[in-house]
Design a binder for this molecule. Sequence first.
Ligand code: UDP
Length: 483
Amino acid sequence: MGCKKKVLAVHVLVFPFPAQSHVSSMLKFAELLCLENLKVTFLNSHYIHDRLFRCTDVEARFANYPGLIRFKTIPDGLPEDHPRCGHDRFREMFESTRAVTKPLFREMMVSGELSLGSSTWSPVTCIVADGVMSFAIDVAKDIGIMSVAFRTISASCYRAYFSIPRLIEAGELPFQGNVDMDMPIEHVPGMEGFLRRRDLPGFCRSSNLADPILQFVISESQHNARADALIVNTFEDLEAPALAHIRTHIIPNTYAIGPLHSHLQTRLGGKTAVSLYTLWEADRNCLTWLDTQPSKSVVYVSFGSAVVMTRDQLLEFWYGLVNSKKRFLWVMRPDLVTGKDETPIPAELLERTSGVGCLVDWAPQEEVLGHRAIGGFLTHSGWNSTLESIVAGVPMICWPYFADQMVNSRFVSEAWKLGVDMKDLCNRGIVEKMVNDLMVERREEFVRSADEMARLARESVSRGGSSFCKLDRLIKDIRINSQ
Ligand code: UDP
């Protein structure tokens, strides 16, 4: 990599894609850098910046690091009233980021303050850019500073994404002939036959290879290999084979430094709750409700920040949960249901929910998962939710919705044995059965694997653990390359 001359201090630019899970994991990373006395500029879209500062006390949080972090903003190119949620919306977000944010970013880095510095901030010496915004990697290359791609998905999923051109070449994509979604996929190296058609990301189901999301994922995944280093929010004991493959075939300097929320907590001495960086205000009353529930009795239900479902699907989940006769805490985001069906929720269902179910718009998830009353997690298998569940030792029912979630849920159920996968199914009978499997019938086996994986996760971020050492190494490399 090229080196910039006469740089005065290490100064890292951290630049996430403007979506909840990307911003929160990269903010945790930024805080980890601050803890090591590195200066950080965190670059958010205007929209995300406003929401983040409105919903959480980010300002107070980072007041702990005077002079070490500042927040800058850049437009995402979307109209203010754009919902920025759901699968279709992501496509618009990717497109506008490329059309609008990309040229502005280049300008900022080439001739703006970030490149020239100011009286208090020296020029940026390293760019850590979201792995789906590799245009930032090109800019780092052009101006001769260190470039690091940050993938917010699992290493296994990144490996699967990277293999898509190979699947196309081998004729496994687009799906041909019959529609057997259980047919094994043979051309993801190291995972031959493990993933089935249905476990590939949703955009692989398109019969159109020119599908813009598919093309976007292919090009970004290949592009990551141009960076000087790659960060993945995972740990060796969870994903050793995928990490080894990435290091050998894609990018040697790959740093597995996760689970980041747990890593940050360790380096903060375990004292501070880190459920802070979210774009919704968390309803903490649910913790009081949980305090009144028996140990391990509650199923926590959350589909993350971007999943949307029909009213019918919502009702299937709801009936399945009440029929299971288990208690539940459900995050029902106001924008969770699509369409304009205003039919009221059946009174009978609400009656059966009273006393056993607690509904909130948004929860302090990490604290919820760590609560003694939680016994299971019905999740959309977003990568952050999966890691948070792993650290808390909570078994999962997976209902993946799109993108990496399809791969994550396959690993949760078949590789790590941490729960069950109800991908592509959504009816009350299945929900009830899965809840009973998780909470009663197969409980012992899941709890055993979940306890063991939680132990390994915590070990990885403890002093001397693999993620702890990798972060030290990464920081050292950033310092060296900033000279
Ligand atoms: N989250 C939260 N409260 C909620 C629901 C989600 O704090 O009520 C957080 C959760 O802890 C996780 C993130 O939102 O860190 C969701 O990220 P994930 O990768 O699981 O899914 P995505 O939202 O990207 O689909």
